[in-house]
Design a protein around this ligand. Structure first.
Ligand code: CTP
Length: 426
């Protein structure tokens, strides 16, 4: 999920006044669902129209209880669409075209009802049909009562939507129209506007890796012992996912091969989910040829020599199973080996707990990759599974060429690596 931050909002307010990047001709499909906060969306429409952004609006039956089609039409300077089975509308615009001719679909306010319908893929009216038919990015601004927001059903729906790449703005906390206090308030119009402008400007940003194909591995692998047990490690996948997102934001066509993680898919990235090292290798090989390969996964070095077909049982007499292990394929070494499909830039990680750069340098030579990112994963660093990372980029045998990056967020490391890759290719 890409949450929009208040700092961005403040910066954006500044930019709105001073820079005003050209967003003329951008198109938004605005879906106004039922909620008392719908009136605030009229302000959103006005401010986006000030930036010459075209807005077509769909007003749901519930939405029309709170704002009139006339006010939405007057502010958008466009026809307002309400009915799935309107012959006139279909002849003019067809609901599929309506859903495809936008740079962004914005659902504001997004009621608990429309979120549930989106999560379950319902298409009973024009708004939900357009949401199911669209192949464009979707942003939601939820608004509802605090209990409805915290209900496990709503939270599960939000998680489902975010996992599909839906961008969320808010809700914020405070006094609610129903008289209760808590989360569920529609984000302020300025925050929604900032999020939309951020998104549209990011689409306009230069894409120096456009035309480049990248494959990234991320997360741990799970190696089954029997149908219920497996060998795993503590990798969260945060670093690999952040790298995939940064490369995609820079314009690369990214395939992320991920072991089991508890993270949303990075927006715009093709994600292949795998469990074992052998599945990861097969998925990486089928994503080749690529220009860039980055192995950030903490692949299990060993798997059990033979997975038990049935659950291993305790026999009550203290018998301990004798687990035989065999070595997993080394994906990084295999990808780095010379051959017609070898990516021109292969990057590995070296997770070390002592003599970090020495071990990493030896690993680079042994595996044959071009760069290795050495990181200290000793327990006191909190790197493994944490949000921060400290990297030393090793690209040669001479330690004078080592590049030490300051400790920063894994997102920051992802961006720094994307910048370094852009530099390499230019
Ligand atoms: N790697 C891989 N396939 C494996 C093991 C590791 O692709 N079977 C990759 C990792 O994604 C990482 C690099 O190799 O980019 C180094 O991983 P690391 O765990 O640091 O090293 P190992 O090869 O496992 O060696 P050791 O455990 O001895 O440090």
């Amino acid at each position: 999920m890409r949450q929009c931050r208040l700092t961005t909002l403040l910066n954006r307010n500044y930019l709105v006044i001073t820079v005003q990047p050209a967003l003329t001709g951008k198109n938004i499909l605005l879906i106004i669902s039922g909620g008392i906060a719908a009136y605030k969306v009229l302000e959103v429409i006005r401010r986006l129209r000030d930036r010459d952004i075209n807005i077509r609006a769909i007003l749901t039956k519930g939405g029309a209880e709170f704002v009139t089609p006339l006010s939405v039409a007057a502010l958008t300077e466009n026809k307002v669409y309400q009915d799935l089975f309107s012959l006139t509308d279909e002849a003019e615009m067809g609901h599929i075209r309506l859903s495809r001719e936008a740079d962004l679909v914005l659902v504001a306010p997004a009621s608990a009802d429309i979120l549930a319908k989106m999560a379950t893929g319902q298409a009973g009216d024009l708004a939900t049909t357009a949401l199911l038919a669209t192949n464009k990015p979707v942003m939601i601004a939820p608004a509802m009562n605090v209990e409805m927001w915290h209900h496990r059903a709503t939270q599960a729906n939000i998680a489902t939507l975010e996992n599909r790449g839906v961008i969320r703005v808010g809700p914020s906390s405070g006094d609610l129209a129903c008289g209760e206090v808590g989360s569920g308030r529609l984000a302020e119009p300025a925050e929604i506007i900032a999020s939309v402008l951020d998104f549209l400007e990011a689409q306009e940003a230069p894409k120096p890796l456009a035309g480049k194909k990248a494959v990234v591995t991320s997360g741990p692998t799970h190696e089954p012992i029997d149908p219920v047990r497996y060998i795993a490690n503590r990798s969260s996948g945060k670093q690999g996912h952040a790298i995939a997102q940064a490369l995609c934001d820079a314009g690369a066509d990214v395939t992320l091969v991920s072991g089991p993680v508890n993270l949303p898919d990075p927006a715009g990235v093709k994600v292949v989910q795998v469990e074992t090292a052998r599945e990861m290798l097969a998925a990486v090989q089928s994503a080749l040829p690529a220009d860039i390969a980055i192995c950030a996964a903490a692949v299990a070095d060993w798997r059990t020599a033979g997975e038990a077909g049935q659950k291993l049982k305790k026999d009550g007499a203290g018998f301990i199973p004798d687990l035989k292990l065999s070595e997993n394929p080394d994906i990084l070494a295999i990808i780095s080996a010379a051959g017609p499909k070898r990516p021109s830039l292969v990057i590995g990680f070296a997770a070390e707990t002592e003599n970090v750069t020495e071990h990493a340098r030896a690993k680079r030579t042994r595996k044959g990759c071009d760069w290795i990112l050495a990181n200290d994963v000793a327990p006191d660093t909190g790197t493994f599974g944490g949000d921060q990372n400290e990297i030393c980029l090793i690209s040669g045998t001479d330690e004078k060429t080592d590049e030490r990056w300051p400790r920063q967020s894994k997102t920051g490391i992802g961006r720094a690596l994307a910048m370094r890759i852009i530099d390499h290719f230019s």
